[in-house]
Design a protein around this ligand. Structure first.
Ligand SMILES: N[C@@H](CCC(=O)N[C@@H](CS)C(=O)NCC(=O)O)C(=O)O
Length: 221
């Protein structure tokens, strides 16, 4: 059976978790707890030398990088499809995945360090607004980024947006995205993978202290 190395509070591993649930692929979960430094142990480093979850092991094949894993799952288990077939929709899907990954997830530290969105610096607010404007344009009048059905774009953008909203991001200026977000979080796969309040607080505290430690290390060097 496919082995899924992850941590339930990792927003990036959650992309793969949701795809596994949406496709109803049987898997064996293996929890790698970064709080205990488990991602740095030799056993895990032999799977991912960059010490990140998620990792998937399917038979002899080991795959790291969440987007590569999503592509593999789609190719190996094409039904139900999470990949549009039409060239324009494929391009849109990949753009949404990459913009979310490169332009939005990078803003998580700023949102974490601010107790609410009014404390954010102007450049961060502008960047998030630009991403939300872009997502609005890509969504258009569709229910999902890939058209009528959920796609890998919704999974990648949806796991990021859900987290940012929990960290106080407001979507009221982006009504189409707010409605799409409501649609996404109502799905079983989102409900089953959403951390409860206690675990969310633990994650926030842990990531904040890790970021503070990194800032101090950088200031010293
Ligand atoms: N580019 C990687 C990033 C994965 C990633 O950053 N995972 C984080 C959890 S969200 C992690 O494992 N951090 C632990 C560490 O870096 O030591 C992917 O898409 O799979």
């Amino acid at each position: 059976m496919l082995k899924f190395y992850h941590h339930p509070l990792s927003p990036i591993a959650r992309r793969v978790w949701i795809a596994l649930l949406e496709k109803e692929i049987p898997f064996e979960p293996v929890i790698v707890n970064p709080k205990e430094g488990e991602q740095l142990k030799p056993e895990f480093l032999s799977l991912n030398p960059f010490h990140h979850v998620p990792v998937v092991v399917d038979g002899d094949l080991r795959i790291l990088e969440s987007l590569a894993i999503l592509d593999y799952l789609e190719a190996k288990h094409p039904s139900p499809s999470l990949m549009p077939q039409e060239p324009t929709q494929i391009a849109k899907m990949r753009m949404v995945q990459m913009v979310t990954t490169n332009e939005l997830i990078t803003k998580i530290p700023a949102l974490l360090m601010a107790s609410n969105s009014s404390e954010l610096d102007k450049a961060t607010v502008q960047q998030i607004t630009t991403v939300l404007d872009f997502l609005t344009e890509q969504l258009g009048d569709s229910a999902y980024f890939g058209g009528d059905n959920l796609s890998l774009a919704d999974i990648t953008a949806g796991t990021a947006l859900t987290l940012l909203v929990r960290l106080s991001l407001e979507l009221k200026e982006h009504r189409a995205i707010a409605a799409w977000h409501e649609r996404i979080i109502a799905r079983d796969s989102w409900q089953k993978t959403e951390p409860d309040e206690d675990n969310f607080k633990i994650w926030k505290k842990w990531v904040s202290s890790m970021l503070k430690r990194r800032q101090q290390q950088m200031a010293r060097s």
